[in-house]
Design a protein. Structure first.
Length: 109
């Protein structure tokens, strides 16, 4: 059995990861979300945001009345990976802008 304690079950963010982020000097809910990924899963923070806010307040890193939630950005509707995999490549047939230039080709004037 593991001794990991999860802060965010959707994204598997542990208390150890939260401790690391706090030790790195991150002190806002938005910073912690971007660093750890908490709150970006299916629940969009409904399960974990209060825990993170409580921890910031408990440590004196933020006043509870000044804490603001992060901006949730759920998709407009759920999309499966299978549906995304069937979408035609919009860049098919176009030259790759990141391809290395062909050394045999003369430079264009």
């Amino acid at each position: 059995m593991t001794d990991r304690i999860f802060v965010c079950r959707c994204e598997d963010v542990t208390t150890t990861e939260l401790e690391h982020a706090l030790a790195a000097g991150l002190t806002t809910i938005e910073e912690l979300k971007r660093y750890t990924g908490f709150g970006t899963g299916p629940c969009q923070g409904k399960e974990c945001m209060a825990t993170v806010a409580r921890e910031l307040a408990r440590r004196g890193l933020a006043k509870p009345e000044l804490l603001t939630p992060f901006t949730a950005r759920p998709p407009t509707e759920p999309v499966s990976f299978g549906a995304l995999a069937t979408v035609a490549d919009p860049f098919a047939g176009r030259p790759d802008p990141f391809a290395s230039p062909d050394p045999k080709q003369e430079p264009q004037p």
